[in-house]
Design a protein around this ligand. Structure first.
Ligand SMILES: [Zn+2]
Length: 284
């Protein structure tokens, strides 16, 4: 027993000596690998990492909050039609997650069949809706707050062939419409009062009025587990929508108080306008 303790003490002593020898000697690769090996080092590293993490964290929050600014937009006349001076939000991320998935499928199905769909407008602000309303009956019947577009539950698309939007190709519309209907979407090509073949919507059976009252569309239970954070996602989406709402309401106010700064002129410098110019140039 006594011998065992002695041997153990010797081992401890030798180990300690070994460490002190090696730290007194030339720094070896072994030592570098062992960093951080002092309390001082560890504290320093911890402090540096903490600062680093804080920097990353705050940056993340800022970009996250500004995500809505990165949404794809479309300028007036991009697809050959007058759609008013406020830009159209044409990002799929602006849609209700369940509806977004359906539209993604529709676009993919069309692509497989050789039909290229362009997104003309997804989410629509009240300001934009009111602009359409002011432009006349052929644009919309719904006032701000009553269109499915205001809830991320509607989208306007158009097939594009050789950079030219095919608004009047009835055969093509029929194909696209039936594909959308097979996905469970409501298709505006069925409407008699305002034939709108580029329009698809899904509202889980809710009317525009119910949506305006704040009711959320019902996502089928069988697939609701595919959206575990739906409520949080919708809340985030609502924040982005309201950011766009303020932005477009401000543009509307600016342009009505100062005709010189009409949004249509401002938007010409937008990079989205440039990237879409290839398509626009193919149209009147
Ligand atoms: Zn529409």
């Amino acid at each position: 027993m006594g011998q065992k303790t002695f041997l153990l003490s010797l081992l401890v002593l030798l180990t300690a000596l070994g460490i002190s020898f090696s730290s007194a000697g030339q720094s070896s690769q072994k030592q570098l690998d062992a960093i951080p090996y002092t309390t001082e080092h560890r504290q320093l590293v911890a402090e540096l990492t903490k600062d680093f993490e804080t920097a990353i964290g705050s940056e993340k929050i800022i970009t996250h909050l500004e995500d809505w600014r990165n949404w794809e937009t479309v300028e007036n006349y991009t697809y050959g039609k007058d759609r008013g001076s406020l830009p159209m939000i044409a990002d799929l991320d602006a849609l209700h997650p369940y509806f977004k998935e359906k539209i993604t499928k529709l676009i993919a199905t069309c692509k497989r069949k050789g039909i290229e769909l362009a997104i003309v407008e997804s989410y629509r602000t009240v300001a934009k809706q009111n602009e359409y309303k002011a432009m006349g009956k052929k644009y919309t019947r719904a006032t701000g707050g009553h269109s499915k577009h205001q809830y991320g539950l509607a989208i306007d698309v158009v097939p594009v062939i050789d950079s030219i939007a095919q608004w009047d190709n009835a055969r093509l519309w029929k194909k696209i419409g039936s594909m959308g209907e097979q996905l469970g979407l409501r298709w505006g090509g069925r409407w008699r009062t305002l034939y709108d073949p580029g329009h698809f919507e899904w509202s889980g059976g809710l009317s525009g009025d119910s949506l305006a009252k704040g009711l959320a569309p019902y996502v089928p239970k069988s697939i609701s587990n595919q959206y575990p954070c739906l409520e949080e996602d919708l809340q985030q989406l609502a924040e982005y929508w309201s950011a766009w709402e303020s932005e477009q309401a401000m543009i509307t106010r600016e342009s009505s108080s100062n005709p010189e700064s009409r949004p249509a002129n401002k938007m010409n410098s937008n990079s989205t306008a440039e990237s879409r110019s290839a398509i626009a140039s193919g149209m009147k």
